[in-house]
Design a protein around this ligand. Sequence first.
Ligand SMILES: NC(=O)C1=CN([C@@H]2O[C@H](COP(=O)(O)OP(=O)(O)OC[C@H]3O[C@@H](n4cnc5c(N)ncnc54)[C@H](OP(=O)(O)O)[C@@H]3O)[C@@H](O)[C@H]2O)C=CC1
Ligand SMILES: O=C(O)CCC(=O)C(=O)O
Ligand SMILES: [Mg+2]
Length: 742
Amino acid sequence: MTQKKQPDILYTIVDEAPQLASASLLPIIKSFASVVDVSVGTKDISLAGRILATVPEALTEEQRQSDDLAELGVLVKTPEANVIKLPNISASVPQLTAAIAELQSQGYNVPDYPENPTTDEEKDIRARYDAIKGSAVNPVLREGNSDRRAARAVKNYAMKNPHSMGEWVSTSKTHVASMPGNDFYSNEQSATISADQAGAAKIEFVAENGDVTLLKDGINLAEGTVVDATFMSAAALRAFIRSEIEKAKAEGVLFSVHLKATMMKVSDPIIFGHFVSVFLEDVFAKHGDTFESLGVSPNSGIGDLVAKVETLPADQSAAILADIEAALAGQPPLYMVDSDKGITNLHVPSDVIIDASMPAVIRAGGKGWGPDGKPADTKCVIPDNCYAPVYDETINYFKETGALDPTTSGTVSNVGLMAQKAEEYGSHPTTFEAPGNGEIRYVLANGEVLHSHKVEKGDIWRSSSANKAPIEDWVQLAISRQKATGSEAIFWLDANRAHDAELIKYVDAILEREGVADKFFTLAPRAATRQTLETIRTGADSIAVTGNVLRDYLTDLFPILELGTSAKMLSIVKLMNGGGLFETGAGGSAPKHVQQLVSEGHLRWDSLGEFCALGESLNFLADSKGNAKAAVLGKAVDAATEKLLDTGKSPQRKVGQLDNRDSHYFFALYWAEALAAQTEDAELAAHFAPIAKELADKQDTILAELASTQGKPADLGGYFHTDPAKTAAVMRPSATLNAIIG
Ligand SMILES: NC(=O)C1=CN([C@@H]2O[C@H](COP(=O)(O)OP(=O)(O)OC[C@H]3O[C@@H](n4cnc5c(N)ncnc54)[C@H](OP(=O)(O)O)[C@@H]3O)[C@@H](O)[C@H]2O)C=CC1
Ligand SMILES: O=C(O)CCC(=O)C(=O)O
Ligand SMILES: [Mg+2]
């Protein structure tokens, strides 16, 4: 039997705006690549695709779908991997249930998400759905560390064409508020596993009466793994929230909370739930029994609470809704996600994702949107102190110096420890809400108790780990990026934090061994923030070498300040077993963009991230497989991307302006022109010359055909699970272009 050949490049099918963009861009990529016999396949990692792959027993034969994420998870551990990964939805429970409902409406008999599972069958479904929840894709694919930066052409373009920036004034009342203690930061314990500590480990809860409950076993610790354990006190958190609510009233600012409920999918929805239930404390006290019978969980937000209350008989529901209104009116004004639609900061846990939401506030000069639809100063509550100082110091710095100037600012690139579910972002299976008062302890194979904490019922306890090989690979990646650029390079590690102190031991030893210790600083996040901001303000560059969470935060924060969006980032994951994973941009799936397309036929998604990733993927193919034609194709992608920027053909924000589809036409034109103009491969030049000419000659017709769909509603046949034919009609409306791409 012959084995089916894996395509040279795998492109991911995702959700929302990037998936719409793919409906237009992917046919162009496939067409150009086929000329040099480079095959481009697809793998479906969309939320809807993952739901369908999870419950095959509920589907007909024709409806069943392969588990592409699992297949990709295997592939990324091989040297053959060459994957272009677009951003996908990391679903909160409200998003997951909406996607399930949409599939059901389309005739897929998938089961409901069991909110309160009781039977074994429900518990099984719940466990399978929970595996899809939150950031369930990236950790599976990220078998390497992260190298994110702005390509030179992208940075130069941003310096010449700066985006708008809000003004920062020293009198701004916007600030970050964090817990005074008893948080993850202050309770952290950490250790590096020695040879005699390695092996099977477990986590147990010991009740006050001595009863032991196993929380997790089957953990396998290798020598050299850094293992942390910590907890956040629920009582301290709730007291802190109450106090910050009062302060916000006194200070006359908006109240907002910033968490990462998607990537920290176990701990952060619980923390979010405390915010909801403290903010509406009287309502929860008065209607607790009704809420319980409705299956309300504060962790799903006010939006879910209101939706469930609305299922009650009209008079009962009206009374409770009035109580909610009255309670909200008595609290400080909430920072709004969408003031037009009344969507507050506490509506949906996935709506306020700290890596995107804090930079948005900072870029706007410290302004959030209030319930009155007007910008206002805001209290940004970030309960835990591990990373909050980064935002706090950025805000302090801009209050002192005014906003960053994108026309002169240097750039901050990032080398992030990410491989093999490093650190907090891999901690979901080892995160627990304390079942009672007692002790949670981490017990090693040799019987030793590595970490232990005295906890109270409801405290959020979690253990994270980072494996030795990824840590060493990360330090080496930092060394090579510093060498390649000569830039300032800072390890953002806090010697006073238990986990970071363990990492510093690794870092110092490797830098010393490699003779490059003098090329690096190690600074705690607050000091590193100030140093970096001072460096880029002078126009010089800085490399932030960080753990996984700051990788995520900083690769939105700095790009949003420097470039206006993180969508334009180059995001390379050099897989540890030799393959390549090329992520597009560093931002998300931009749900707002889909709404705009559906209502007015304009898609403002910028595919610059896809262009950058495509160039890298082709260059990687050229190097790894000695494919010279792929190298020519890749170089031409880079040239096309640069020309697209220089000639201002990127999508713009408003209906009637150039949109995503137009930018793909120009990308195809410039790509073909670059291929026709190059002299390395005459055959390729001859092939693409007439294509370039035809694309150029028919420009007016093509742009008119593309423009004909703007200004009207678009029908995609679904949101999470769109209809491919309808989507193609919307995203490929130019018959002339389609015929040339053919
Ligand atoms: N790698 C991944 O898979 C990631 C996935 N996500 C997921 O994405 C979803 C949405 O997250 P959210 O926090 O709202 O972040 P988004 O990045 O989707 O949205 C923030 C804003 O960034 C701008 N933006 C982002 N990408 C582009 C682009 N390509 N072109 C132009 N502008 C862009 C848009 O601003 P404007 O309004 O100014 O146009 C957008 O509204 C969530 O489900 C989240 O989990 C988030 C991050 C990474
Ligand atoms: O996986 C996710 O949910 C988001 C990833 C992300 O924000 C990032 O990697 O920058
Ligand atoms: Mg991010």
